[in-house]
Ligand binder design. Structure first.
Ligand code: GFB
Length: 314
């Protein structure tokens, strides 16, 4: 991407979108369009088309989505599938019609089947049943991947996709009803510490394993892919997307112990097995991204410390 390119980050107020804009500004990109105002309604096809016609973006990062943790996905599946299908369909179609040079669509590691050989490779997509707590969101994201592939095949577009593992970092969602595990544990253990409580609750058995990528590392990987990875016109969707992760995972119990140490909470952790573990494990195989020459920088302990500092100050 040339530094003066017109770059649109859809969802620039969120965890991922704000990290991408940070990375682009830090990299000397001066033409971030649409970033000076609140997102217009991306579920409205007319508003989306009008925006693309007026602003004429050349590069698009699709970081706008309805996202949430295991409880939010399990509670509002109809909202997750409807809103995500609407947003991605409007952006991908407008990008084609307004001749966007390149688009990067963001999915998630939850697109893989519940029981996939670990670590999961891109070709494992669509080889088995999805995790029921988030099949609506996963299927919407799979539809986005196949939609990008289909536009590439029919219209010769260069629409690629990235499948990040579980993410955390500045601007994360700390609302306990909708958040992911890491911000939730930081908030719960911080509040237990400040209230002098004897225990803090962790959902599930603590045996589920998860991989965590610091969101500024993700943003760096996405700009790297925009510069180094192009789509062809292949039939196989796995040819136009890349896993983005760190290549190692921890149990939720190990994660909670780490958060307890960083927060300085001295009480006990309790595990509430009435809450679902979700997918037992979803470790990404990152060899395709490594072969392209990208590596993450932030170790989990360092990222957790950075997010806790951000949380305390915001
Ligand atoms: O991060 P999380 O909500 O999403 O849950 P998933 C990860 C694991 O952490 C689950 C456990 O086993 C949870 O039971 N956990 C423990 C907690 N304590 C808590 C807590 O206080 N809050 C939360 N939220 N979890 C999501 C998908 O699955 O992954 C989304 O539902 C998306 O669609 C996201 O793909 C990346 O990793 O289980």
């Amino acid at each position: 991407m040339p530094k003066a390119a017109r770059v649109y980050v859809a969802g620039n107020r969120g965890l991922v979108g704000s990290a991408i804009e940070r990375r682009l500004r830090g990299g000397g990109f001066t033409n971030l369009i649409g970033s000076d105002r609140d997102d217009f309604d991306l579920t409205d096809p007319r508003a989306t088309d009008a925006f693309f016609g007026r602003e004429r973006p050349e590069y698009v990062f699709v970081a706008a989505a309805k996202v949430g943790g295991i409880k939010a996905n399990d509670t509002y599946p109809a909202d997750f599938i409807r809103i995500n299908l609407q947003i991605q369909t409007n952006i991908i179609d407008a990008a084609f019609r307004h001749r966007v040079k390149k688009l990067l669509f963001l999915g998630s590691s939850c697109i893989y089947p519940k029981y996939t050989p670990q670590p999961m490779r891109e070709e494992h997509l669509l080889t088995g049943k999805l995790e029921p707590t988030n099949d609506a969101y996963s299927l919407a994201k799979i539809a986005g991947i196949v939609m990008c592939k289909s536009y590439n095949r029919q219209h010769g577009t260069n629409f690629i996709a990235a499948m990040p593992t579980n993410l955390y970092g500045p601007n994360d969602n700390f609302d306990l009803a909708g958040s992911h595990v890491l911000p939730a544990l930081i908030r719960k253990l911080h509040e237990a510490k400040t209230r002098g409580e004897a225990t803090a609750e962790v959902w599930g058995s603590g045996n589920a394993r998860r991989e965590f990528l610091y969101v500024d590392d993700l943003a760096d990987a996405l700009v790297f892919l925009m510069d180094h990875f192009d789509a062809g016109r292949d039939h196989e969707e796995e040819k136009m997307f890349v896993n983005v992760g760190v290549g190692e995972d921890v149990t939720i119990r190990e994660l909670a112990e780490l958060v307890r140490e960083v927060v300085g909470f001295e009480g006990e952790l309790t595990f509430n097995r009435a809450m679902p573990d979700g997918t037992p494990r979803k470790l990404l195989d990152v060899s395709r991204l490594s072969a392209l020459g990208w590596r993450p920088k932030t170790a989990l302990a360092e990222g957790v410390r950075a997010l806790y500092d951000w949380y305390v100050h915001h």
